[in-house]
Ligand binder design. Sequence first.
Ligand code: AMP
Length: 136
Amino acid sequence: MEDTIFMKIIRREIPADIVYEDAETIAFLDVKPAAPGHTLVVPKKPVQNIFDVDDGTLVAVMRTVRKIAPAVRNSVGAHGVHINSNHGAAAGQIVFHLHFHIIPRHDRNEFSFWPQHDSARSEFVTIAEKIRQLLG
Ligand code: AMP
């Protein structure tokens, strides 16, 4: 895997506002926050995204997400958080080193959620069947 900007932060080669670190993970403020307090949680192991991460690494990252989410929320007096993660360029992933965004939310009207739409029953049936087949 190519060296990413997050590996440089992990190695302290570039500055970051690190808020938490343990043997397997690190968390720091996003340099372009969607809201004040926007924090990224990253494994120290260089994996790209959900498609190549191993269970142990993902568990370590989610443990850190759970551990720090209340502090991130409370640091800015927010009432909730988005926990978001982009996997693949088509999904908006820019840094190809697995990470979860923790974005404090004060009010659900701050910004809009992704658009949702109704779907035909036949589409649900076809897609659910395909996923089950692919899972074996
Ligand atoms: P994405 O890959 O789209 O999920 O998002 C990558 C995130 O990394 C963006 O929100 C960027 O603002 C953030 N980012 C990129 N470079 C840095 C950096 N040096 N320090 C902190 N956050 C960064």
